[in-house]
Design a protein around this ligand. Structure first.
Ligand code: PHE
Length: 357
């Protein structure tokens, strides 16, 4: 009997040691300790023995059971370690492999231009403000000193929305200037903001799109004067086009919301049929500007006897086309991948004044 149990113990332990995988080990466990396992079957025979023999045999079989259970645990731990090692070996990363292909997306010239001009004005202490695309007549015209029947309103080719329940006819803003009023109403001076955003006019041909982008600028303080306007815009033009001696000219103009008003031209050359920005005897208009009209300050709740300042506005597509030699306006909105690939910008090259624009 004892010999018999010793043999069973030796065989079961040998099977445990011989199991090469976790699955095989589970089969060994079932064959030994399962419902119909060899050890279980042996336990069932104990009942037929007389009490003394039963106790002795029972103890012997329990010892075998404990030994086998412990061996199974040990073997299981070892096999799990082996399996993990194998997996780790298989999943190693070969750091000498080439990198993934470069990201394919590019930055649209409009976004790039906004990032560039924002970097320049940020350097001068401006922050970015925004306002809604859907405006009221009050913010788009009236508070900007356009009298009700003023001809300048017609120049704007305004898109009107259908009147709401109160009979109010909202519109798509025709310029970013309404944000001047909104910002002044919310923030006490001193003010130094730029406002990039979408604008809308019912106009569609090779050089006009019904939706386009502008950037507004507004500076309000106690002693801000025309000299600040000129210095600020000359510095901007030279930084944006990257030409230190770029000629900049201020030409008298008219806007209802500024007085005096000036349009800003930059020097260029049209020699040989092309267009080159820089000295060359010709001029190109790129933005509108002026000293904020006292009426506009009053509409915005600012005392014109205490505060004054300047404002400017320019078309983003236009300065992008001039800087990057983009000949046609329409493809800006076509989502044509060939155009985007040609004129797009690499995303990781964040524009900064220090890094060069
Ligand atoms: N809002 C004007 C336009 O759309 C531009 C401008 C802005 C002019 C601010 C003067 C001051 O043409």
């Amino acid at each position: 009997m004892m010999n018999d149990v010793d043999t069973l113990r030796a065989e079961l332990l040998a099977e445990v040691d011989g199991a090469g995988t976790l699955d095989a080990l589970e089969q060994v466990r079932i064959a030994a300790l399962g419902k119909k396992g060899r050890l279980t079957e042996r336990m069932k025979t104990l009942g037929a023995l007389d009490p003394d023999a039963r106790r002795a045999a029972g103890q012997a079989l329990n010892t075998v059971k404990d030994a086998v259970t412990m061996a199974l645990e040990t073997r299981k731990t070892a096999l799990e370690g082996t399996a993990l090692d194998a997996r780790l070996m298989q999943e190693t990363v070969d750091v000498s492999l080439p990198t993934r292909p470069e990201a394919k997306g590019l930055i649209h010239p409009i976004t790039q231009t906004i990032d560039e001009l924002t970097a320049i004005f940020a350097e001068m202490g401006f922050t970015v403000a925004e306002g809604p695309d859907i405006e009221t007549d009050y913010y788009n015209f009236e508070a900007l000193n356009f009298p009700p029947d003023h001809p300048a309103r017609q120049d704007h080719d305004t898109f009107y929305l259908t009147p709401d329940a109160n009979g109010e006819r909202k519109l798509l803003r025709t310029h970013t200037s309404p944000v001047q009023i909104r910002h002044m109403q919310q923030t006490p001076p001193p003010i130094r903001i730029i406002v990039p955003g979408r604008t809308y006019r019912s106009d569609h041909d090779a050089t006009h799109s019904p939706m386009f982008h502008q950037v507004e600028g507004l500076v309000i303080d106690k002693t801000t004067h025309m000299g600040h306007l000129k210095g600020c815009l000359i510095d901007f033009c030279r930084a944006f086009f990257g030409i230190d001696d770029l000629p900049v000219r201020f030409r008298p103009s008219y806007f209802p919301f500024t007085e005096p008003s000036a349009e800003v031209d930059i020097g260029c050359s049209r020699a040989g049929g092309g267009l080159t920005i820089g000295a060359g005897g010709d001029w190109l208009e790129i933005l509108g500007s002026g000293m904020v009209h006292p009426n506009v300050l009053r509409y915005a709740g600012i005392d014109p006897d205490e505060y004054q300042g300047f404002a400017f506005g320019m078309g983003i597509e236009r300065i992008a086309m001039l800087k990057y030699g983009i000949p046609d306006l329409r493809p800006f909105y076509d989502s044509d991948l060939r155009w985007l690939k040609h004129y797009g910008f690499v995303p990781i090259a964040q524009p900064s004044v220090a890094g060069g624009l």
